[in-house]
Design a protein around this ligand. Structure first.
Ligand code: HPA
Ligand code: MG
Length: 221
């Protein structure tokens, strides 16, 4: 199967108690639960990499990472894509890596604004198979803005890989081509996903608690 189905965590999914895994001491009081342990994230990325490599075949591609949250996913995904090729008849496929930055969040709510940073100079994407690598699709509006910008560059194809997709009533209906996990409408942190720039240094994907939201809120930092 190389379609865009994914692991679905139901609304009543509680994840794991913090006591069962290692969590940095400085975050222990700020987390409700471990939603997805880092090992499971890696295993899922391995499969996404295989699906992507299978669909690309021998076609070179241009990876475009959405910073900052996408950096870990990008690094792990590309390593695993390379492994897939290495152990197949294709052996290797060239790819480029570039970064884009979009801003649309403050605290745990969408401001409804999308700021696009560092986008002058995307003309190299012309006629390329672009793989956009994103950490999370929430409303989908940010990604739609990005896709509009990319289409102007006349790429050969554009695919989106997002590690997480939130189930939310305010979704624009956008669905990425590759999704790791569909998650309940909770604010998650870890594996490079942040809350006001905190928690990127946490390996597991966790649900932040009320104390954590207060402790790391803009007004308190
Ligand atoms: N966590 C971190 N960043 C986000 C989230 C989230 O749950 N949703 C959208 N951006
Ligand atoms: Mg993101």
């Amino acid at each position: 199967m190389t379609g865009n189905s994914c692991i679905v965590l139901p609304d009543d999914y509680k994840g794991y108690n913090l006591e069962f895994f290692c969590v940095p001491r400085h975050y222990e009081d700020s987390l409700e639960s471990i939603l997805i342990p880092s090992g499971l994230i890696q295993d899922r990325i391995e499969r996404l990499a295989r699906d992507i490599a299978t669909n690309l075949g021998r076609e070179p591609f241009a990876a475009l990472c959405v910073l900052k949250g996408g950096y870990k996913f990008l690094a792990d995904l590309l390593e695993k894509i390379k492994q897939c090729y290495r152990f197949s008849a294709v052996n290797s496929v060239p790819f480029s890596v570039d970064f884009i930055r979009l801003q649309s969040y403050e605290d745990d709510h969408s401001t409804g604004k999308v700021k696009v940073l560092g986008v002058d100079g995307l003309s190299f994407l012309q006629n390329k198979n672009v793989l956009v690598v994103e950490d999370i699709i929430d409303t989908g509006k940010t990604m739609q803005v990005l896709l509009e910008i990319l289409e102007k560059e006349k790429p050969k194809s554009v695919k989106v890989a997002s590690l997480f997709m939130k189930r939310t009533t305010v979704s624009s209906g956008f669905r990425p081509d590759y999704v790791g996990f569909e998650i309940p409408n909770k604010f998650i942190v870890g594996y490079a996903l942040d809350y006001n720039e905190y928690f990127r240094d946490l390996n597991h994907v966790c649900v932040i608690n009320e104390h954590g939201k207060e402790k790391y809120s803009k007004k308190n930092c």
